[in-house]
Design a protein around this ligand. Sequence first.
Ligand code: MG
Length: 166
Amino acid sequence: MNESRVGLGIDLHRFVEGRPLVLGGVTVPFERGLLGHSDADVLTHAVCDALLGAAGLGDIGVHYPDTDERFRGISSLLLLEDVAAKLRASKYGVVNVDVTVLAERPRLAGFFPAMRVNLARTLGVDETRVNLKATTSETMGALGRGEGIAAWAVCLIQEAAGCRDT
Ligand code: MG
């Protein structure tokens, strides 16, 4: 039987003035954006960490450190593309990814179809293998005050057929 492995990714970024809000590779119209060394795409970062974790490959900070100028302002979809390549090199395929984004504002559901396409294409999987959900903090705490956005991602990956014995 081909081995299956689960992974969990969690990320949070703070809102600041003067930056675009990029989530799942989509620029969402909003009065603030997220602070970060890359495009601060918190959703895509959570997916990267879930996949790296499942494959036993550490985390996003190990592979794409925020001290490296090569990653300044980079589209996080490019990081995800690289993560997908690392998974393939480790002989793993993505079974599914499920993400919950916690944002008091803005409302995100209308942007999920485009984000889903971006993530699925970048991972090289069918859109049905990527699920996106949104929730709020019911105004409780820092996220409830709209100080930033958090994202949780879980994934299942599976060894490609026959890899185990080769
Ligand atoms: Mg991040």
